[in-house]
Design a protein around this ligand. Structure first.
Ligand SMILES: Nc1ncnc2c1ncn2[C@@H]1O[C@H](COP(=O)(O)OP(=O)(O)OP(=O)(O)O)[C@@H](O)[C@H]1O
Ligand SMILES: [Mg+2]
Length: 445
């Protein structure tokens, strides 16, 4: 400022001195006045130019001109340019953060001090049926009415989460069962809150399955164990003759065999779940697999029904299949032993192998047994699922056979197809992908 006053005085004095020199002392004051007026006008013009530009758009600032106004405008321009750049960078970073949160599979909602929605990502919007734009600044407690959630939000005690059903209409449409959400609030910046949601439907289902599984296993083991304990007590307390003793011991043998089978099946299942998928390098002849199945089947049929079953085995195309031989053998004989077990003596059981036109291979077991009602079919591969528990128990089944078959099929990229008509019979087929099947003409006899 002193610099500007000095410039002003010097300009006035200079013009005044010029006027004195030219026109004499009498006009000195006129010169000084003129100089001051000129300087002021020039100054006002520059200030106005700077102001006009600042009011509208900084890019129109005069390029560096002379004097203090020039420097001022240059500095303002630089400052504004830097500030603009910083704002743009901050904006870009904010957009990146928001995009990252949008991409999160978890829902995120930011609430202001009053509990109004400031921002939410798409996941949270669809979980709660919120419109991310229309519902901005709405109170979340008005939009999500679940009493447990409303109470949790109002409690300001967020040490643990709250579990609720998702309320979004899309959630309800997409799945037949309700989507379960775990919601946890994290306060930040004073009284602001961040809500994080997590879809825990699969987790809850897995937990329920685990509970069912443990209950089923315990139940399956307890039954033969109770029977065994009863026989042991009888043998200890009652004087039995040799024939009776032999009968009791044979029944005890059956029960212990039953437990052994159950434990073996459970171990097979856990081994199948825990190990890597079998490689595609080992090729096994279908004929060899079927031959073993046939031996087992004839033995089983003879034991179960005095008149046996009409068994037939056909191989349409000599082929090889790649995978784990023991697993494939187990899957194939499981289907066959079911057919024999559930088909009354004298019934027909036909086993076939053929190549489909698209190169896939199909192993099928058809029987003329009692058939399976349509409502049971989707559930047959569930662990411990049996249609008629009493009948299955008679034949020693625990309901793990088809669960094992399904696992083996999945590991070999095969599909288990079940067709059945009550009263007529069933057809269980394993359809193997073309990559695991090849013709074996060279080896054919
Ligand atoms: N060929 C079939 N005909 C009629 N019912 C069948 C046939 N195969 C399976 N089932 C039904 O499906 C149920 C499940 O079969 P799965 O093989 O999984 O168990 P299981 O035979 O009872 O016991 P496991 O095979 O473990 O000894 C059986 O209990 C039976 O009711
Ligand atoms: Mg079975």
């Amino acid at each position: 400022m002193p610099f500007r006053i000095a410039t002003f005085l010097i300009a006035s004095l200079a013009i005044g001195a010029g006027a004195v020199a030219i026109f004499g002392w009498k006009f000195g004051w006129l010169g000084a006045w003129l100089g001051a007026a000129l300087w002021l006008a020039l100054d006002a013009w520059r200030a106005e130019r700077l102001l006009r530009v600042l009011r509208n758009d900084a890019s129109g600032l005069p390029t560096r001109g002379a004097g203090v106004w020039g420097e001022l405008s240059e500095r303002i321009r630089k400052l504004l340019r830097e500030r603009e750049q910083q704002t743009r960078q901050a904006e870009d970073r904010l957009q990146e953060f928001l995009a990252a949160i949008q991409a999160s599979p978890n829902g995120v909602i930011l609430l202001d001090e009053q509990g109004r929605i400031e921002w939410c990502n798409q996941t949270a919007a669809s979980q709660f049926g919120i419109d991310a734009e229309r519902d901005l600044l709405q109170h979340l407690a008005n939009l999500v009415r679940d009493p447990a959630f409303v109470a949790y939000l109002a409690s300001w005690n967020y040490s643990r989460d709250v579990v609720i059903d998702a309320s979004g209409p899309r959630q309800a449409q997409q799945r037949s069962h309700p989507v379960r959400l775990s919601v946890q609030v994290h306060p930040y910046a004073g009284n602001r809150r961040m809500l994080l949601t997590r879809d825990i439907t699969a987790l809850e289902q897995a937990e329920a399955m685990r509970r069912d599984f443990v209950a089923n296993v315990s139940h399956e083991i307890r039954t033969p164990l109770t029977v065994l304990a009863g026989f042991v007590e009888t043998l200890q307390n009652l004087p039995l003759d040799a024939d009776e003793r032999a009968r009791y011991l044979s029944l005890m043998g059956q029960q212990s065999h039953r437990m052994e089978t159950l434990v073996n099946d459970l171990l097979t299942l856990s081994r199948l779940e825990g190990s890597a998928a079998p490689s595609g390098n080992q090729w096994i002849r279908i004929r060899a697999l079927l031959a073993q199945c046939e031996d087992e089947a004839r033995g089983l049929s003879g034991r179960l029904a005095p008149q046996g079953h009409r068994l037939s085995f056909s191989i349409e195309a000599e082929s090889e299949i790649s995978g784990a031989p023991t697993e494939l053998q187990s899957a194939m004989s499981n289907l066959l032993s079911n057919a024999i077990r559930y088909t009354p003596g004298g019934g027909e059981v036909a086993v076939s192998w053929r190549l489909l036109p698209d190169g896939r291979g199909e192993y099928a077991v058809r029987d003329t047994g009692p058939g399976i009602a349509a409502e049971h079919i989707p559930r047959l591969t569930e662990r411990f699922y049996r249609i008629d528990r009493s009948r299955s128990r008679e034949t020693g089944g625990t309901g793990l056979g088809l669960a094992i078959v399904k696992h083996i099929a999945q590991r070999h990229g095969a599909e288990l197809r079940i067709e059945s008509t009550v009263g007529k019979g069933s057809r269980f087929a394993l359809v193997f992908t073309a990559t695991r099947v090849r013709e074996a003409r060279v080896l054919a006899k």
